[in-house]
Design a protein around this ligand. Structure first.
Ligand code: BG6
Length: 472
């Protein structure tokens, strides 16, 4: 629909930016932190750095928060590293680790920046992984205990909580995001059992949050994209529905409605991958209600009907945003109407509006975007980073949020990825996302100095104008 007049962004709109602990903090073993599955990774893609120092935010958080304030952020979405709080995933609180997040949150609050906390962003404690990770039902109890700890520690200061970052990417693309090495991930049946346990853990955390922190709000944070049929052929439309169910709705329905999406369940049952469901699980899932939906959006996906052979599969390598295809389910197709970024990710701002509309339509819960952004090989030249492509990307996506708001969608925040340069899940630190450049390269830490990119000044002006002006 086209409009002569657009609605304004709400005056309390949470203009923010995001990071995750292991990708930005460094200090991988500082102050008693235990190893996570990320720290224990032995194979990194060739030519890419590990996560030991990252952007050294652990030691430079104060300077970074000053910059976030200068950027004008109203919110900052970050994750807590479970292994700083409980180095082996269970047991007593590691005070020095817990204090780091107190300092960070206090610094944010002092600047009037709303902390939005992800409880778990890919970095399961290695000690839990050694005992089977998410394949082991005890990990559900461990997560609930950890949730109780962080709610008790930070509940008086943090109003917005996110349970699990991109559970769907961990299940569908664990090889890309570095979590598949978990013990127990033997085959899809095992993976979907892990998935079920994560749903239980999420439900426990949501229920606990409501019990302990009546004023707080909590929601899931999956990666959600609209799925397009490659053509109007009815078979392609069905394939798009099928993939949408397996990729998106399985995760949203469980989080919001507490039940397995019927199509997704049919998919699992047909393949013998349905999880074992213990007595009481379904009640637990149904009882937990999120207050909002947070989701990460980078692109849409385009699919066709499966031809039932290997030609359904794209061989573009391992990447959480690339359409893969699955024999008997859907065929991966390229969308000829979309351009791609330097890493082959399709750029689809209009699809962002579609995704917002569809998600709102189905669940009628307030929405916040917790990731959206463009990875690029930014260059520091004479102390400047001219990332006009990033400005263009954000301008086109923010326009679509405003259109979605005009459509009647309840969107209360936008946290692009990323506040500051950090390490990509599997493509090193040369794939940059931040408004703030961090002066290091893959294997030389240089001086780790912070440099405001051109997008920094642009986003600050957007926030100042509450999104009403997006030009340079
Ligand atoms: C999401 C993750 O999948 O995409 C982030 O939640 C990640 O952790 C982001 O960094 C961008 O992906 P990548 O692979 O380029 O780092």
């Amino acid at each position: 629909m086209q409009y002569a007049q657009l609605r304004e962004f709400p005056t309390d709109f949470l203009w923010g930016a995001s990071t995750s602990a292991y990708q930005v903090e460094g200090g991988w073993d500082a102050d008693g932190k235990g190893p996570s599955v990320i720290d224990a990774r032995t194979h990194l893609p060739e030519g890419t750095t590990d996560f030991t120092v990252a952007s050294d935010h652990y030691h430079r958080y104060a300077e970074d928060v000053e910059l976030f304030a200068e950027l004008g952020l109203k919110a900052y979405r970050f994750s807590i590293a479970w292994t700083r709080i409980q180095p082996t995933g269970t047991g007593p609180v590691n005070r020095a680790g817990a204090d780091f997040y107190h300092r960070l949150i206090d610094a944010l609050v002092a600047q009037g920046i709303e902390p939005i906390v992800t409880m778990y962003h890919f970095d399961l404690p290695q000690a839990l992984d050694d005992q089977g990770g998410w394949a082991n039902r005890d990990t559900v109890d461990a997560f609930a205990e950890y949730a109780r700890v962080v709610f008790a520690e930070y509940g008086s200061k943090v109003r917005y909580w996110l349970t699990i970052n991109e559970q769907n990417m961990m299940i569908l693309h664990g090889d890309a995001v570095g979590t598949t090495g978990q013990a127990g991930a033997t085959g899809k049946k095992g993976l979907y059992q892990q998935n079920h346990h994560m749903f239980l853990a999420q439900a426990r955390a949501m229920a606990l949050c409501h019990e302990l922190l009546p004023d707080a709000r909590i929601g899931p944070a999956p990666n959600i994209v609209s799925v397009y049929p490659a053509t109007p052929a009815p078979e392609d439309v069905l394939a798009a529905d099928d993939w949408d169910a397996v990729r998106n709705l399985l995760y949203l329905d469980l989080a919001v409605r507490g039940s397995y999406h019927p199509l997704a369940w049919a998919y699992l049952a047909e393949r013998g991958w349905e999880p074992d469901i213990a007595e009481g699980d379904l009640d637990l899932l149904a009882a937990a209600k999120p207050d909002f939906i947070a989701f990460n959006y980078y692109s849409t996906q385009t699919v066709g009907a499966s031809r039932g052979d290997a030609s359904d599969l794209q061989t573009r390598g391992t990447d959480q945003q690339l359409v893969r295809g699955e024999v008997g389910l859907y065929r991966a197709e390229k969308n000829p109407h979309l351009q791609t970024n330097a890493f082959g990710w399709e750029i689809d701002p209009v699809g962002f509006r579609t995704t917002l509309r569809r998600t709102w339509d189905r669940y009628r819960l307030p929405l916040i975007i917790t990731e959206n952004g463009i990875g690029a090989f930014d260059q520091l030249v004479d102390g400047r980073v001219h990332d006009d492509y990033r400005i263009d990307y954000y301008r086109r996506h923010i326009e679509q949020i405003r259109l979605a708001i005009t459509d009647g969608v309840d969107v209360f925040g936008y946290c692009p990825w990323a506040a500051i340069d950090l390490i990509s899940t599997h493509q090193g630190c040369s794939k940059r996302y931040g408004f703030i450049y961090v002066n290091r390269d893959e294997f030389d830490l240089l001086d780790l100095a912070r440099v405001r990119k051109d997008s920094f000044g642009w986003y600050r002006r957007v926030i100042d104008a509450n999104g009403s002006r997006l030009e340079d």
